[in-house]
Design a protein around this ligand. Sequence first.
Ligand SMILES: O=C(O)CCC(=O)C(=O)O
Length: 276
Amino acid sequence: MIAKEDTAAFARDGVVFLPQAFDRNWIDILRGGIEDNIARPSARSRIWDRDAEGRTCFYDNQAWRDIEGYRDFAFNSPCAGIAGKLMGSERVHFFYDAVFVRTPGAQFRTPWHQDEPYWSVKGFDTCSIWMPLVPVEKKSALEFVLGSHLWKQKFRQTDFAVLTKDGRDRVKFRDGGTVPFPDVENNRGDYDILSWDMEPGDCVAFNGRTVHGGSGNLSEGRDLKIFNTQWLGDDVRVCFREEGMDPDHSAIMTEHGLKPGDGLGSELYPQVWARA
Ligand SMILES: O=C(O)CCC(=O)C(=O)O
């Protein structure tokens, strides 16, 4: 199912589009899961954005332990195998799920950022699988800066608390070595930027260091339901960051006996796939 060209694109560009990677059954299971999740949001959920017209972007993460449909998808869908093959890893651990649900016409756009600098883990071998559960126009889909996963420079990332007004999103990124995040939006011509028109069943897989952003900007009457899973490969280790983490897993990792430098494990971050 994963062609050599897909693996090559993932390694070269840090992102690959995989049309119809998931069948209708998984889309229905995840749609049911999102309804369940919105009715029973976790303690980590928030409204990421609410505009003057009352249009919202709902966000939740690591809800798989309570939401049966998410759990089923994480353990039994082809997702872990896709991530493992793209990363070229021997083993794949499930990190967490994230959902982004925008109500019809919501304009809120996700700022440009990289994911791995926010995480409570560190490593190159990571893969996020972003899948819309409704059709999404290219102008509203997540955009990616090709090749940015290989950039050597570390940047000060966006503090999402400024957007969400929620202290749990606070990440300071103040350590001396960081430089301001590049202004991709106002210099789009300087970057190789890609996004796709997508249908339910399609996904994009991207490295946690690939610069991405920009989903939202919905046409009138169009909503957006995204289910995103993050997968960890061979070189990833636990890492607690002084500047803050988002989502911050340090407390729950510590409760489960994980400390900085450890490989992933425990029932919180189960190994879901291994190379045959
Ligand atoms: O879907 C979105 O708007 C945001 C997705 C994203 O940035 C992420 O999962 O890291």
